[in-house]
Design a protein around this ligand. Structure first.
Ligand code: ADP
Ligand code: MG
Length: 465
């Protein structure tokens, strides 16, 4: 891992946490300027942004760096700087006493699932979170296909669908289902060797293995499992060597009918910078999408979470929360915790009217969302001085295509709209068009100052309406 990769990891976490705030505004063009003896200096392009970030985000940045860096972090400082230096490598922590490279029964924990043999690049358990089991997963419209496929795979691994590829937006239960397969297979046969890793972990393990001359240990680890679960495979995009290695890992497992399950935020063909041969491998098993749960499912999920947490909230309160929070299950759970904590502290019973203002920061009902999408579209059209019909129309002229892409990007970032929805709102386009547009604008924002300004101006006009 070098400083650039570390910062990218921090930014992707921040992006998830700063739901409403305009992530791009504050963090575009930031990078790690230096990293020495645990002291990190983050470069920020202007004094104004620097003081804002110091004030508002320092704690979060520090915690994220501490979580993500292989080296201890002692302090984080900020510096106004626009010129990037070449990224510095961050060495992994000194390896512990050389561990014997072997799979033996006595090195297992809890059950006989796999415990990786080496400690410097491998997780120390099978990586599963005990919470993520099938019985804690509520099945409803939106996730029933993914759930059924996950169950089929766990009862008939290596034969039903291999690989199983689950995809969909954040917080919709992909990781939960992925890990439930692991738990279920261990439950059925405690000798099953299960390994769950994030794509990032796989990548880091591979890089470290190569650097420390332990490629064989890496292969021994990843190619000797019965079930390999890799989360968020979209992050393999653009990583050529890792893709190459994963291709071989995949084939080795697949040939022996070992089960592979992958998750991603989008279908394989929409992952840009992923080798075609991997895409076709991913598509040769089963693709299952996970969509946002409908109202009924959201209520059921809230009910289950209440039981788990020992909260007692009246059904009409749960219904109100489910109506107000539509985006994803993670936010739904966040909203539930917020409502519960607030009323507990005040020692009052929640009512529908006391709940509403507390959830104003979550996504509003869909008609409200519709209004904001309209406002966004209208604002962009006015900003670029083009007609609404032109923006939504079929012409691919550059003067229209670019504003259209910007609109798509803003709908994604600001309204958290799904790609199919963005496509629909923008004149009935395909969801892959929306995905490409968002990726393109995101990329362009890193180098095109003018675009950054345009977007800032558009946003301030939207907010002023
Ligand atoms: P993703 O990986 O798709 O971003 P996660 O699997 O991390 O989403 O899910 C986010 C949270 O929501 C987790 O705590 C998970 O247990 C919960 N969750 C998601 N879907 C469901 C569901 N259908 N039933 C119960 N809990 C769910
Ligand atoms: Mg996940």
């Amino acid at each position: 891992m070098n400083t650039q990769e570390l910062w990218t990891a921090v930014l992707s976490e921040l992006e998830l946490q700063l739901s409403k705030a305009n992530f791009t505004t504050w963090f575009r063009s930031t990078f790690i300027y230096s990293f020495q003896n645990g002291e990190v200096i983050v470069a920020i392009p202007s004094t104004f942004y620097k003081s804002w970030i110091e004030k508002k985000y320092h704690k979060t940045i520090l915690t994220l760096l501490q979580d993500l860096s292989p080296e201890p972090i002692r302090s984080v400082q900020y510096k106004v700087e626009t010129h990037q230096r070449p990224p510095e490598p961050i060495l992994p922590p000194a390896p512990p006493q050389a561990a014997p490279v072997q799979f033996t029964q006595n090195r297992t924990v809890n059950n006989n699932s796999i415990v990786p043999p080496t400690q410097d690049f491998a997780p120390t358990t099978n990586g599963l979170n005990p919470k993520y089991i099938f019985t804690a997963f509520i099945v409803g419209k939106g996730n029933e296909l993914a759930h059924a496929a996950a169950q089929a795979v766990s009862t008939k691994p290596g034969t039903a669908y291999n690989p199983l590829f689950l995809y969909g937006g954040v917080g919709l239960g992909k990781t939960h289902l992925l890990q439930a397969i692991g738990h279920e297979m261990i439950k059925r046969n405690e000798k099953t060797r299960v390994l769950y890793v994030t794509c990032e972990r796989f990548t880091n393990d591979f890089i470290n293995a190569v650097r420390t001359g332990r490629a064989k240990d890496f292969k021994d680890l990843y190619r000797n499992v019965d079930l390999l679960l890799i989360d968020d495979i979209q992050f393999m995009a653009g990583k050529k060597e890792t893709q190459e290695e994963f291709f071989h890992t995949f084939n080795a497992l697949h040939q022996q009918n070992r089960q592979i399950v992958l998750t991603s935020d989008r279908p394989p063909r929409a992952i840009i910078d992923l080798e075609d041969r991997l895409k076709s491998r991913f598509e040769c098993g089963m693709l299952a999408d996970v969509l946002t749960p409908d109202l009924e499912t959201r209520v059921a999920i809230l009910q289950t979470k209440c039981n788990e947490k020992g909260y007692s909230l009246a059904p009409e309160i749960l219904l109100e929360i489910a109506k107000l929070v539509q985006s994803n299950v993670r936010e739904l759970e966040g909203a539930l915790n917020k409502i519960y904590a607030h009323h507990q502290l005040q020692n009052i019973a929640p009512t529908t009217s006391s709940v509403r203002p507390l959830l104003s920061s979550f996504n509003g009902p869909s008609n409200q969302k519709f209004v904001s999408a309209r406002i966004l579209i209208e604002t962009v059209a006015r900003y670029f001085d083009i007609k609404l019909e032109e923006l939504l129309g079929a012409s691919r002229e550059k003067r229209l295509a670019f504003p259209r892409q910007i609109t798509m990007y803003l709908m994604r970032e600001e309204l958290k709209s799904s790609f199919p929805n963005i496509g629909r709102e923008l004149g009935g386009r395909d969801h892959t068009t929306a995905m490409h547009a968002c990726d393109k604008i995101k990329l362009e924002l890193t180098s095109n100052e003018r675009l950054v300004h345009d977007i800032e101006n558009i946003l301030s006009q939207v907010r002023a309406r």
